[in-house]
Every structure is written in structure tokens, then in C-alpha cells.
Design a protein. Structure first.
Length: 621
């Protein structure tokens, strides 16, 4: 939903604006008026109650659902006895002073003066964290005699069994996983569905014909058909074994070449049942690899660069996005999953007669973003230095090339709609750009300098209006006008809402820090945990998955025996609908695991001095 003070914007460019954009070397392709926003399908979630223990008591927090009335209030009960004196109206948390770690809490909503039934019982964070037991697959040996074991890698969440609670989908990566530029065999990629108590629902083995590494397997977890249970979508091949033990394609085929690459053989897109892991349907992956060299090299690096996402292309129901390529040719396919089968909604191809020669090729990043950039109620795909409209047509391209990191969000609360910040890998292009994503106009840019490998955008400093932007090549934070506003933070990586105010914190490696004008303050150091993805140092997952709107951080324990969830112990007086019911944030959580992981951003400004957060227009299946 829009902020109350925002005006609706039209897609049509004025003649003056078109001239300015053309003069800037920008190519835009936009026509047609805006349309009214529809209610969007979201998960039917339970309260997600948590109790986080500290030396002085327990912080109990819970979800304000998008389907709750705006004037809902709450009572908190410990073992059936109410602990708050008056109904809680201004937040969705309560600090119960002096209570022991094992105290058992439920929450009851009060609607129109009538107290409702008990919520689910609180998940207990008795030591400040909650461990979800996991079980590593057995290691193995590659055909050339190299032994490997497994590490827990990226995770996602979804309600796999329809009980209102989120489950984890976890990718296990072998210790010999490779970047596409590196030759060599890898172990198989393994995907698990896991309940919060550690019960493993299923295990999928992608098999020898899916190479393992950050760019090969992009999995999406979402309820695409609206049956109340999330599905799991990913690329598969001959020998993939689903959660029931059934094999896709040929179980004996081995398409690996002597360098460990898989450059022949069929490629599939498979939709798995989230509850059982059963492969429900497989179709040919779009696009097919075709001639390997047409993607930018002949040995198998750029042909196997995959991205994925989830987008509300019709404004109401989610569609699956699967993509290939970003250094040269790019193809993005949009799929609907309805009634047990795939339907391809559209395909965007930079090589098509419609798009060829218009500057769309070679613009992708190592991730993508999804959001309603043109305010027509439907989602667009922001794919590096270009964007694709909800109907599959090219929307704009800045022709500034490939980058490692990008951030789409309401970064500037003083102007309507979303903003976009991107860093560049090309030494001949601007090191970073701040873009109006409706039409692609560049508001400001940094001079070309280098391969700028990291960049972040978010409101980390209350002393500036709106969000701040900073990058690895820059020495300061910048505001929405590009002006320097202070020292560069200690990290250029992830973000998390952790303490009681709406300003976001710095998340890097296994720590959370609060930005300060002279130095950063440590708020959390993870215990016995490890970050993932090498120098990227990212968590398995970070986002609002439990409790109130603040974000949990999930790391793997260093022995790979558990996913360790940390939830904030700090009270807040800010009341915001669960971010899981803001569909831009929810789809951001879904694509967080893709390639070079990036944090999710909501559709509205969440930061210092923010107006009252909007309520989402949503419905549950």
C-alpha cells in the first residue's frame, strides 16, 4: 500500500522528461496508465510468538498480521495467567521482568473489545538464541579422488505444511563447491525441508548433473498456487532425486566433462511439494543453454549464471521468475504455478528482435530486485542496470553494466515511490549510481574508479533524513542527493532491524553493530556460529521470520549441527505489521539466497522520523 500522503504516478513520460532521459544516454520503453492496486495473496501465519530470555526477564513479541484490524490490541498470558495490567495497543511486544527462561507464554488478540482465543505457545530463546537441529549429508569423493564434506549454506522460509508456522528450506553445499570461473568436480547440492523443532520433512539431492556453487542453484520457496502451503522451485537435471526418492530423467546419465562442468544434457525447472519434497512437475528450463559460447565464453563460466525471484506480476498472485545470464545475453522467464502445472507467462530475451540493440544485454547483477517501481500495482524486475516491466517488456536500461550489489526500496521518504542504489564492477562505468527506478533516470553517480564490489543502502544514521548509501570504494555515507553525511561504517554487507528504534543496524560476519558518528557499537556477537559464502560473510538467512517486525538472524553452528536463530531481546515502542505481509519484503526474503545474497527491503520507508507505517492490502488463501 502507498503512504497516505503519496500521489499515484503514471507510467507515461512527459516529452520534456523523455528528452532529458535521451540526452543522458538512457533508453526507456514505457507506455500506458497506472492501474489501481489489488489485494495481494500472502501466507496465513500464526502469531509467531517468541520469548527471548535475558538476565532481567523475557521479551515476549508477536506478529501484527496484515489481516488483523488496525485497532487490534493484545494481552499476554503466562501459563494461563495474564501478565500485563492493561491491553497492549502501541506495540507487539511486552517485557516480563524477572521471569525465568522456561516461562510459557501465549498472546490473545482483542478485537472490538472481545478477547480472542490463545495464540500458539511462544518459541523459547532461553539463552538468547534458538537451535534448530540439522543433519549434514554424508560426504564423498569426486571422480578425480578429492574428498569433500558438507556445510549448511543458504536458507529460506515458507509454511511448507500449512500449519501457520514457517519452516526452513536449507541448501547444503559441498566443501568443494566452485565459482563458475573455477574448473573441477563438485559434490552434489542437497536441499532439506526442516521444521522449527528440527524434524526433517524431506531431502532433495540435485545429483551429479547440477554443479555446486553460488551461481548454479537458486531456489524459491513460496505459495504460488494459493493452497496455503509453500512450494519449492529450482533447476534440476538427469539424476535429481526428489524427497520421495523418485529420480528425474535418467539416473545413470553423467554429463560432466573432464573439467567438472555440465555443458550437455537436459535441464529442467521442477516444482517440489513443500510438505513432502515430491517433484510435482518438471518442464524444460527456459532458456536452454544452446551454444555455450553465445553466453560470453566457451568453457562454461557465463552460460551457467542463474538468478531467480518471485513477483506479483498481475498485482495479486505470485509468479516464479527464473533467469539465465547477465554478462552478455540475458533471458528472464516468468512462470505461473496453478492447478498442478506450469504456465509460462512471458519470456524476456535480450537477443530477441524486440530487445536486440537497445542496450539490455550485459546489464545484470549477481542478484535481482523485485518491486512495484512504476506504481501501477504490479511488480517489476530490476535486473542490475536494467528493468523489466510486469508484462515482460523492457522498461529501461542505464547501460552502465554489471555489478555485485543492488538495493531497491523506499530510500527517500520525501519523494513518492521507490529508489534504487547499485554499485558497478566495470572500471569504465560509475562506481555507484542512485536511480529513479520508475524510468531509470540517474539522480547521482560516483566517478568511475574500480571494481566496486560491495554497496549497501538503508537508514543506519538518525542524523540524516532517509536512507544512507555507501560502498567499498567510497569513504563516507551519502544521502539521497549524493552528499557526504559522515564516516563510512565498519562493514559493507548486510543490514538488520535489531534494537528498539526504526533505524537499521549493520550485519556482517557473525556480528551486529550500531552505526555511530565516531565508531560503531557492538550489539551482538554470535556464539559458536559461522557465516557463509566465503568473503561474502553472509548469514544463512536474516529477516522478520518470528515475533514482531524486527529481524531475526540465522547462522549455521560451526559444527553444522544446527541453524542458530537469534532474536532481539530489546523492547520497542514501534508497532508495525509483520514485514512478512509486505509483499515486497516477503519476495525479497525469498530471493535473498540468490547468488550474492542481499538483505530484503520493505515497500515503505522504515527508518528515523518515519510516518505511521502503512497497512498492507492483503488476503490469505
Amino acid at each position: 500500500m502507498q503512504h497516505p500522503h503519496r500521489h499515484r504516478r503514471r507510467k507515461v513520460l512527459t516529452m520534456a522528461a523523455a528528452v532529458v532521459l535521451a540526452a543522458a544516454g538512457l533508453t526507456t520503453f514505457t507506455t500506458g496508465p497506472a492501474e489501481a492496486a489489488a489485494a495481494r495473496q500472502v501466507e496465513a501465519l500464526d502469531r509467531g510468538v517468541v520469548s527471548v530470555h535475558t538476565d532481567s526477564g523475557n521479551l515476549v513479541s508477536w506478529r501484527w498480521l496484515g489481516t488483523d484490524p488496525g485497532n487490534v490490541s493484545f494481552n499476554v498470558y503466562r501459563a494461563g495467567t495474564k501478565v500485563n495490567s492493561t491491553p497492549i495497543t502501541g506495540s507487539t511486544n511486552y517485557f516480563h521482568s524477572g521471569a525465568p527462561a522456561q516461562a510459557d507464554y501465549t498472546v490473545r488478540a482483542i478485537v472490538n473489545g472481545v478477547e480472542q482465543s490463545d495464540s500458539v505457545h511462544a518459541v523459547q530463546f532461553r539463552t538468547g538464541y534458538k537451535d534448530v537441529p540439522i543433519s549434514a549429508p554424508a560426504g564423498g569423493t569426486t571422480p578425480d579422488g578429492v574428498a569433500y564434506t558438507y556445510e549448511a549454506n543458504d536458507a529460506s522460509v515458507g509454511d511448507l505444511d500449512g500449519d501457520g508456522a514457517l519452516e526452513f528450506v536449507l541448501k547444503w553445499q559441498p566443501t568443494n563447491a566452485k565459482d563458475n570461473s573455477q574448473s573441477g568436480y563438485t559434490g552434489n547440492t542437497i536441499i532439506d525441508g526442516i521444521k522449527l523443532d528440527g524434524t526433517r520433512l524431506w531431502r532433495v539431492d540435485l545429483g551429479r548433473n547440477i554443479r555446486s556453487g553460488a551461481h548454479y542453484t537458486q531456489f524459491q520457496v513460496y505459495d504460488y498456487d494459493g493452497d496455503g502451503k509453500a512450494e519449492v522451485a529450482m533447476k534440476t537435471a538427469d539424476g535429481t532425486k526428489d524427497g520421495t526418492g523418485a529420480v528425474i530423467g535418467s539416473s545413470s546419465a553423467d554429463h560432466r566433462n573432464s573439467s567438472g562442468y555440465v555443458l550437455t544434457g537436459p535441464e529442467y525447472l521442477t516444482m517440489f511439494n513443500g510438505q513432502t519434497g515430491k517433484a510435482m512437475a518438471s518442464v524444460d528450463y527456459v532458456p536452454a543453454r544452446g551454444t555455450v559460447s553465445s553466453w560470453g565464453d566457451s568453457y562454461g563460466n557465463r552460460v551457467d549464471r542463474f538468478l531467480a525471484g518471485t513477483a506479483y506480476l498481475d498485482g495479486a498472485r505470485p509468479s516464479l521468475i527464473m533467469a539465465r545470464g547477465y554478462y552478455t545475453r540475458t533471458v528472464i522467464a516468468a512462470w505461473d504455478w496453478r492447478n498442478g502445472s506450469f504456465t509460462r507467462r512471458w519470456t524476456f530475451d535480450t537477443n530477441s528482435s524486440t530487445n536486440s540493440g537497445k542496450g539490455f544485454d550485459g546489464q545484470g547483477s549477481h542478484s535481482l530486485s523485485v518491486g512495484d517501481v512504476d506504481n501501477d500495482g504490479k511488480d517489476e524486475i530490476v535486473y542490475g542496470a536494467m528493468a523489466v516491466d510486469d508484462n515482460g517488456n523492457g522498461l529501461w536500461t542505464t547501460k552502465t553494466g554489471h555489478g555485485d550489489a543492488q538495493h531497491l526500496g523506499d530510500l527517500d521518504p520525501s519523494t513518492p515511490g521507490l529508489e534504487y542504489y547499485k554499485v558497478s564492477e566495470s572500471t569504465s562505468q560509475p562506481a555507484a549510481l542512485y536511480i529513479n527506478p520508475a524510468g531509470g533516470a540517474v539522480r547521482w553517480k560516483l566517478d568511475a574508479c574500480c571494481d566496486n564490489g560491495r554497496g549497501v543502502a538503508g537508514d543506519i544514521y538518525a542524523g540524516n533524513d532517509g536512507a544512507e548509501m555507501w560502498s567499498a570504494s567510497d569513504s563516507s555515507i551519502r544521502d539521497e542527493a549524493g552528499a557526504t553525511k559522515g564516516r563510512e561504517p565498519s562493514s559493507v554487507n548486510f543490514l538488520a532491524w535489531w534494537d528498539g528504534d526504526p533505524v537499521r543496524e549493520l550485519l556482517d560476519g557473525t556480528r551486529i553493530d550500531k552505526y555511530g558518528t565516531s565508531s560503531d557499537t557492538r550489539l551482538l556477537t554470535g556464539s559458536g556460529v559461522s557465516s557463509g559464502n566465503g568473503t561474502k560473510s553472509t548469514p544463512a538467512l536474516s529477516g522478520d521470520i518470528l515475533g514482531d517486525w524486527r529481524e531475526e538472524v540465522v547462522w549455521r553452528t560451526s559444527d553444522n549441527a544446527a541453524l542458530r536463530i537469534y532474536s532481539t531481546p530489546i523492547e520497542t515502542s514501534t508497532k508495525i505489521t509483520t514485514l512478512l505481509h509486505d509483499t515486497m519484503y516477503r519476495t525479497g526474503l525469498a530471493w535473498q539466497n540468490v547468488a550474492y545474497n542481499q538483505p530484503p527491503h520493505p515497500s515503505f520507508f522504515l527508518g528515523n522520523g518515519m510516518p505511521t507505517a502503512p497497512r498492507p492490502a492483503v488476503y490469505t488463501p
